[in-house]
Design a protein around this ligand. Structure first.
Ligand SMILES: [Zn+2]
Length: 579
C-alpha cells in the first residue's frame, strides 16, 4: 500500500515536473517585448557577472547574456534599445525613507537651506514676520552637527529672533525652545520628566535652559492643511523623484495607518512608481500588553501577504536618541561638550525602552513572523538590541525574520560578530558620515570612531547591510534632509570623505565599488524580503533596472557621486523619464 502510493506520488511528481518544464519552454519560446543590448550590465548576481544584453517580457527578465545570444530571442514585435555601451544596474533600493512627511514638508512654504546660525535665525525672523503673534514657529531637523558653528541656538537668540512667537528648534529628538514655547509647554523650574528624556536646567538658577532631550514641546502646526488629493499628488511627485535617481524600491521605516492607506490609494490608481516595503511604526512608550496587541494586529494586516509592490515587512520602534543631537545611547559617557551642551561627565545618552520591555516586544514580533527594527544610533543601543535578539533566539530562531538594526552608526567588532551569528541585518546611512564626520570627530576623537559605520568589516563578516538615506524632508535628492541621492551615498562608502572635513574617516572601512553597488541593490533586497524578486538582474526576476550615464566601475572616483540616470525601469516599464 505504502509502496503503491509512493510510486503514484513519484509518477505524479514526474508528470508535473514535465508539465512545468514544457510550460517554461513554451514561455521561453515567446519572444521578449524589449531587449536592451550592447551595454555593460552589472547583474549583481553572486559572482557579480557582467553581461551585454537583457531581454524582458511583461514584468520579468527572460534572458541576460551576450548580445548575440539575447538578440537571437527577438521576435517581430520586440522593441530594441541600443545602450551604446552604457552601464545598467539593478533598480536601486533605499532601505530607510519617510516619504509621506518628506513630501509634505514644504507644502506650506519653501524652506531654505540652513548652514549657519545666521541662516537659522534669519529664517525664524522671517516666519515671525509672516505669522500672527502667538502662532508656533517649528524649525525641524536642522542638525547642529551640520551648522558651521556646531551648536544649538540659545534660548536668548530664539527670544531675540521671535519674542512674540513660541519657537521650537528641533534637531532630531532633541530641541531648544524659546521662553514663550517653554511657558506654553508648561516647562518651568519645577517640571519633572515622566519617562525617559530630560529637561536641561541651569545649574546655578534651576531655570530650564530651553534644551529638551527626547521630550516633546506642546507645539501646534501653523501651516495650512492639505486635502487628501493634495497629499497624494505630492507623494506621487516624490516617488517620481526617487525614480529619477534610479530608485525602484524603498522601505518606509515608520509608517502610520494613514500613510498605508495613501500607498494603497496610489497603488490602486496606478500611481505608485516604486515598490514600497513597510515597517509599521509602533510606539513603545505605552503598556506592554497593548503594544503586544498592536503587533498581533499588524501581523494580521491584509498587506502582510506576499506582494512585491506593496507589503508590510515588520515593525519599527525607537530605542535611543540621536548622534546629531547628543542623545544617542553610548557604552561610554559622551564626555563634556559645548557642541551638544553636555554638562554631566557620566551622561551616556537616552535609552527609550527598558531592556526587559524590549525583550518582550522583540519576542512578540519574532513570534508573529515580523521583522523587528529599532532606531539604534549609539553602540549602547546597538548592544542592547543585540542582547534582546540573543534572548529571543534562545526560544525562537530570529534569523528567518531578518531582524534589523536601524542606523547602528557606532558599532564594535563584538556587535558585528554577534550579528553574523544571529543573522541580524542593518540599514545604515552613508550620508550621515558625509554630513556629520566633522562634528563627530570634534566630539569623540578619531579613535572612538574606529567602528563608525564599519562597512568593510561588516561585509567581511558576511553580515547583510544595506544603504538607506533616512530621507525625512523636502523633495530633491541633494537638497533633501537627508539627501537620498544613492550615487553620493555610494561615493561616501568608497571614499569615506566628508563635507568640511580633511582626509578620510577610517579609510580601512571603505567599500569596493562592487560592494557599494551591492549595498544599494542585492543587500537591500534581502533586508526588505525581496531578494527572490529584485536586487540582481537574472532570468525570472522582476525587470527593475537603471541605465546610467557613466560606468561606476571604471570612472574617476569623484565622478561616481555625480552619476546621472538615463532611464529607470520598474517591472519592465519605463518610469523615468516618464514616457
Ligand atoms: Zn528614520
Amino acid at each position: 500500500m505504502t509502496r503503491k502510493c509512493s510510486l503514484r506520488t513519484a509518477i505524479e511528481m514526474l508528470l508535473s515536473a514535465c508539465c512545468m518544464a514544457a510550460a517554461m519552454q513554451s514561455a521561453a519560446a515567446q519572444p521578449p517585448e524589449l531587449i536592451l543590448h550592447h551595454g555593460k550590465i552589472a547583474t549583481v548576481d553572486k559572482q557579480f557577472s557582467i553581461a551585454e544584453a537583457v531581454a524582458i517580457r511583461g514584468e520579468r527578465i527572460v534572458a541576460v547574456g551576450k548580445n548575440d545570444e539575447v538578440l537571437a530571442t527577438k521576435g517581430d514585435a520586440t522593441k530594441l534599445v541600443d545602450l551604446g555601451g552604457k552601464l545598467i544596474l539593478p533598480g536601486l533600493i533605499d532601505s530607510h525613507v519617510h516619504p509621506s512627511s518628506a513630501a509634505m514638508h514644504e507644502f506650506d512654504h519653501p524652506i531654505p537651506e540652513m548652514e549657519s546660525m545666521a541662516d537659522v535665525l534669519a529664517y525664524i525672523k522671517s516666519r515671525a514676520a509672516a505669522l500672527p503673534e502667538g502662532s508656533w514657529i517649528n524649525v525641524r531637523q536642522i542638525f547642529i552637527t551640520r551648522l558651521k558653528e556646531q551648536r544649538y541656538p540659545t534660548k536668548a537668540e530664539l527670544d531675540a529672533a521671535a519674542p512674540k512667537h513660541p519657537v521650537v528648534f528641533s534637531t532630531g529628538p532633541d530641541s531648544m525652545l524659546n521662553t514663550l514655547a517653554l511657558k506654553e509647554s508648561g516647562i518651568d523650574k519645577d517640571y519633572q520628566v515622566s519617562g525617559p528624556g530630560l529637561v536641561d536646567k541651569d545649574p546655578a538658577t534651576g531655570e530650564p535652559t530651553g534644551l529638551l532631550r527626547s521630550v516633546s514641546a506642546k507645539s501646534k502646526s501653523s501651516g495650512k492643511s492639505a486635502t487628501g488629493e493634495q497629499r497624494l499628488a505630492r507623494l506621487e511627485e516624490l516617488l517620481r523623484d526617487y525614480n529619477s535617481v534610479g530608485l525602484t524600491t524603498v522601505a518606509d521605516r515608520d509608517c502610520s495607518p494613514g500613510t498605508i492607506n495613501d500607498y494603497q490609494r496610489l497603488r490602486e490608481a496606478g500611481r505608485l512608481s516604486v515598490r514600497m516595503r513597510i515597517s509599521h511604526g509602533v510606539d513603545a512608550g505605552g503598556r506592554l500588553d497593548s503594544i503586544q496587541k498592536t503587533i498581533h494586529e499588524i501581523a494580521k494586516h491584509p498587506l502582510r501577504k506576499d506582494d512585491p509592490r506593496l507589503q508590510i515587512v515588520g515593525i519599527k520602534c525607537y530605542l535611543d536618541g540621536g548622534m546629531l543631537t547628543g542623545s544617542a545611547y553610548m557604552r561610554q559617557p559622551w564626555g563634556l561638550s559645548d557642541i551638544y551642551l553636555i554638562r554631566d561627565p557620566a551622561y551616556r545618552g537616552v535609552l527609550k525602552i527598558e531592556p526587559e520591555k524590549l525583550n518582550a516586544i522583540v519576542k512578540t514580533t519574532v513570534e508573529s513572523g515580523l521583522q523587528f527594527t529599532a532606531h539604534s544610533v549609539g553602540d549602547g543601543a546597538v548592544h542592547t538590541l543585540l542582547d534582546a535578539y540573543e534572548e529571543t533566539n534562545k526560544t525562537t530562531p530570529v534569523r528567518p525574520t531578518r531582524p534589523c538594526i536601524t542606523h547602528c552608526n557606532f558599532m564594535s567588532l563584538e556587535a558585528i560578530e554577534q550579528m553574523q551569528r544571529l543573522g541580524v541585518v542593518a540599514d545604515i546611512q552613508p550620508a550621515w558620515l558625509y554630513l556629520d564626520a566633522r562634528t563627530l570627530t570634534a566630539q569623540f576623537g578619531n579613535d572612538r570612531l574606529r567602528y563608525f559605520q564599519p562597512l568593510k568589516t561588516i561585509f567581511e563578516h558576511r553580515v547583510i547591510a544595506g544603504g538607506g538615506s533616512d530621507h525625512m524632508q523636502k523633495i530633491g535628492s541633494l537638497r533633501s534632509i537627508n539627501p537620498y541621492n544613492p550615487f553620493l551615498a555610494m561615493w561616501v562608502t568608497i571614499t569615506r570623505q566628508a563635507k568640511w572635513f580633511e582626509g578620510q574617516l577610517h579609510p580601512e572601512e571603505a567599500l569596493s565599488r562592487e560592494q557599494a553597488i551591492r549595498f544599494y541593490t542585492a543587500n537591500n533586497a534581502y533586508i526588505v524580503f525581496l531578494d527572490d524578486q529584485v536586487g540582481s538582474l537574472e532570468a525570472g526576476k522582476l525587470a527593475d533596472l537603471v541605465v546610467l550615464d557613466r560606468d561606476l566601475l571604471t570612472c574617476k572616483l569623484d565622478d561616481i557621486k555625480d552619476a546621472q540616470v538615463v532611464a529607470t525601469y520598474l517591472g519592465g516599464k519605463q518610469v523615468f523619464p516618464q514616457p
